[in-house]
Design a binder for this molecule. Structure first.
Ligand code: BG6
Length: 475
């Protein structure tokens, strides 16, 4: 397992800790060897020191931790020159002992070096006996053309079956549960359509701003950072037809079909926002997006967006899929809300009967609950709204929920691409977003300011209501 970019943030915060958790739980293959590769002069001890604060190691696990790092080495080399990669290949071979070995390369690197690094891996570090797999992280380009260029480059070097494009939302418990809820319950199948569902709201909220990542974020913005990938994956799993089987390509085929039915997003179908300081707030709330020193002055990059999408097919035409995402909001929350149509022919007193809603909460505190009407207990026949609630912390008390990266890295070892993004999914998503992203940039469309720690711009609520979602003040 080669971590390219071993000196970076992703390696220390996510990849090394994830490998440790898998190792600690005896989930990694026997005889694994981990090699860090980066330009910096450093050692395994340095990698350990940097990653340690993120590894959640118990006192009783110290011996195991030592053996984890004993199975690690470090190679220093550049990303552009072949010498480093030849050295890396020699270092890998040293652990083969002449046996067949499989090689997994994790590119924890900035996109600027993707092309040269993958070329060098292909030319100098490929194993011809066992398998070779490459894990890459977004950003997969900035728009349709740059993403296509990267995909073409990768497809010249590797077979699609060797490429694992991570979208870590696909490793989340509740996102994986979407398929089971939809296709293992008779209850939902017959009503999962435009005749019964009035709208779908998919939300991602974070209570913090760019926290030092402003330089990266400003080049991408919230649409590329979250909506075009994480929220679109959730949309696809919510909307797709039942796949022929649960194998990776059958599922990904269905997701691509959903994307093909979505027309390019228009500016009129978007509300954009950017957070400003809350002068009365404390800590980070005192800093607006433009106060971040790594953000260019006067930037109009959105940190909040709501988009409305129509899936133009037999099942969904006319049902708005509303995607809402933002940073520096009032809470951390990611969820899917499927809102059903009004009950026809209301026989109860006017306005009492509310729409049913099925909510799948991705985080925090995974839950599935259904808002439904019931008779309020007692003498009167009075309908009240209540919830049928499957909160995981009540139902599955002692179950440890694996981290998304743990599942996904394990999937790569087992060769399952089900939870990874295929190149055609990616290009379809870019097709939908690229024209409006270019328009926003060319016309320097001004985002609406919203105060740090709020629900976002009020215009967004008005937009969502106008789209047909019956808003309750608690969302
Ligand atoms: C990342 C984005 O992909 O997802 C970040 O780049 C965002 O901006 C993060 O904070 C959210 O992930 P999670 O798992 O905390 O919801």
């Amino acid at each position: 397992f080669v971590v390219l970019g071993a000196s970076g943030d992703l390696a220390k915060k996510k990849i090394i800790p994830t490998l440790w958790w898998l190792y600690r739980d005896d989930l990694l293959p026997d005889h694994i060897h981990i090699i860090g590769y980066a330009r910096s002069k450093m050692s395994v001890a340095d990698i350990r020191a940097k990653a340690f604060p993120y590894m959640k190691v118990k006192d009783s696990e110290k011996a195991k931790l030592d053996s984890f790092f004993a199975a690690m080495s470090y190679v220093q080399g550049s990303y552009s020159e072949e010498d480093g990669f030849k050295k890396l290949d020699t270092a890998i071979k040293a652990f083969h002992n002449g046996n067949k070995a499989n090689r997994l390369f994790y590119l924890a690197l900035p996109p600027t070096v993707f092309a040269e690094v993958t070329q060098n891996i292909h030319d100098h570090c490929f194993e011809h006996e066992g398998w070779n797999r490459i894990i890459i992280e977004k950003p997969f380009g900035r728009d349709f053309d740059s993403s296509a260029k990267l995909s073409n480059h990768l497809s010249r070097l590797f077979d699609e079956s060797q490429l694992y494009r991570i979208d870590h939302y696909l490793g989340k418990e509740m996102v994986q549960n979407l398929m089971v809820l939809r296709f293992a319950n008779r209850l939902f199948g017959p009503v999962w359509n435009r005749d019964n569902i009035s709208s779908v709201l998919i939300t991602f909220k974070e209570p913090f701003g760019t926290t030092g990542r402003g330089g990266y974020f400003d080049k991408f913005g919230i649409i590329r950072d979250v909506m075009q990938n994480h929220l679109f994956q959730v949309l696809c799993l919510t909307a797709m037809e039942k796949p022929a089987s649960n194998n990776a390509d059958d599922i990904r085929d269905e997701k691509v079909k959903v994307l093909k039915c979505i027309r390019p997003l228009k500016l009129d179908d978007l509300v954009l926002g950017q957070y400003v300081a809350d002068p009365e707030g404390t800590g980070d709330a005192k800093e607006g997006y433009l106060d971040d020193p790594t953000v260019p002055k006067g930037s109009v990059t959105p940190t909040f967006a709501v988009g409305k999408f129509n899936i133009c097919n037999e099942r969904w035409d006319g049902v708005p899929f509303i995607l809402k995402c933002g940073k520096a909001l009032n809470e951390r929350k990611a969820e899917v809300r499927v809102q059903f149509r009004d009950v026809p022919g209301d026989i109860f007193s006017n306005g009492v009967v509310k729409r049913n809603e099925l909510v799948m909460r991705v985080q925090p505190n995974e839950a599935v609950y259904c808002k439904m009407m019931t008779k309020s207990p007692g003498m009167n026949v009075e309908p009240v709204e209540t919830e049928m609630d499957l909160s995981y912390n009540l139902r599955y008390k002692d179950v440890k929920m694996p981290d998304a990266y743990e599942r996904l890295i394990l999937d790569v070892f087992t060769g399952s691409q089900l939870n990874f993004v295929r190149s055609d999914e990616l290009s379809e998503a870019w097709r939908i977003f690229t024209p409006v992203l270019h328009q926003i940039e060319n016309e320097k469309v001004n985002p609406i300011p919203y105060k740090y720690g709020t629900r976002g711009p009020e215009e967004a609520d008005v937009f969502i209501k106008a789209a047909g979602f019956h808003y309750s003040s608690t969302y």
